[in-house]
Design a protein around this ligand. Structure first.
Ligand code: 5GP
Ligand code: MN
Length: 319
């Protein structure tokens, strides 16, 4: 499998790398690491990254900005999909995926059906960056590739906290650390540090939160009105669902925000043995056992009870 991936890269002249919409640390890190590695290996290839707006906190991941330009009307020899659980999640990059002569899908989502010509999907891996690390020649990894991979691992493991962080994850993090990265800065500035507005939104959403199902479930909704009050956008909501999950006794945490009228983005987090990817999949979403998401369409008054009822079912099944 590794060989078929590197053969496909070797044979292609024009390569487009894409990740999922609303890119997170693992998605940005994966794209940057792959871009920098291929560029180093084959400087003559035409290489593009096609991503949604990259959150400002990842600006230090070098080469993403210079590469993340609109590839224009091209058809690629090879499309590499990173950290996307299905082709729809590729957003604007999907047209390049559809037109490409060959496609590769590298991911770690349990819900990934294997939608490309070559599929390299490991649901047990902490992050797509961990999967990519296993594909690379260690001696070829420089500081900029290492910091991109480290960022992805840090973000998808909640700084090595979640159960997806295993022995191998720690070994890889240690090996990347030896490439001269500034891990304290990466962790502090891209993960823990919050803007004042993010802190205000966190505070407000905690105040709005409600306990349901006898305290098994916590939910908070950031309506368009609340978002407008703080002039907040999706970036300003980072970390809220993680804080909700830290509520004692809670088995499932739900954070919802209004994308547009009648369209709501849902983040689900689980404690213990509840599988939230199953709940998300009922609503057309997916993700991981303990961290998933979906989009709800329609009115909150009708959709939230359906979601809560699925959560209740999962909690009862897990007893
Ligand atoms: P988050 O709640 O941080 O947006 O997402 C948590 C996890 O669920 C991530 O791994 C993300 O890729 C996945 N996820 C979030 N929303 C969706 C969705 O609408 N569809 C699918 N398939 N996965 C999602
Ligand atoms: Mn990921």
């Amino acid at each position: 499998m590794k060989n078929s991936i590197w053969n496909a890269v070797k044979e292609a002249c024009v390569i487009v790398i894409g990740g999922h919409i609303r890119p997170d640390g693992d998605c940005v890190g994966s794209c940057a690491a792959m871009y920098n590695y291929i560029k180093k290996l084959y400087p003559q290839k035409e290489l593009f990254i096609c991503l949604d707006k990259i959150p400002d906190v990842f600006a230090y991941i070098r080469a993403v900005d210079e590469a993340a330009s609109d590839p224009g009307d091209i058809s690629a020899d090879l499309f590499i999909s990173l950290d996307a659980s299905d082709p729809e999640r590729l957003g604007d990059a999907k047209i390049y995926f559809d037109k490409a002569k060959k496609t590769i899908n590298i991911d770690h989502h349990i819900s990934n059906p294997g939608f490309a010509d070559i599929n390299y999907v490991f649901p047990d891996a902490s992050s797509t960056c961990e999967v990519i690390y296993e594909l690379l020649d260690y001696d070829m990894i420089d500081t900029r590739i290492a910091e991109a991979l480290y960022t992805g691992i840090v973000h998808d493991t909640g700084v090595f906290q979640y159960s997806c962080a295993k022995r191998r994850t720690m070994e890889i993090a240690g090996a990347l650390d030896e490439k001269g990265i500034n891990k304290t800065k990466i962790i502090d500035e891209s993960f823990y540090e919050k803007t004042y507005k993010q802190n205000l939104m966190l505070g407000r959403c905690l105040l709005e939160s409600r306990l349901l199902l006898d305290g098994d479930c916590i939910i908070s909704v950031a309506t368009a009105d609340i978002m407008r009050e703080y002039e907040a956008d999706a970036q300003d909501l980072e970390g809220i669902v993680s804080q909700l999950r830290m509520t004692r006794g809670v088995k499932v945490a739900v954070f919802v925000y209004e994308l547009s009228a009648g369209e709501y983005k849902v983040s689900l987090r689980a404690n213990g043995n509840i599988d939230v990817s199953r709940i998300a999949s009922v609503f057309g979403g997916g993700g991981h056992v303990k961290a998933s998401g979906c989009t709800l369409y329609g009115g909150l008054d009708s959709e939230i009870p359906k979601l809560i009822s699925e959560i209740e079912k999962s909690i009862k099944e897990a007893l």
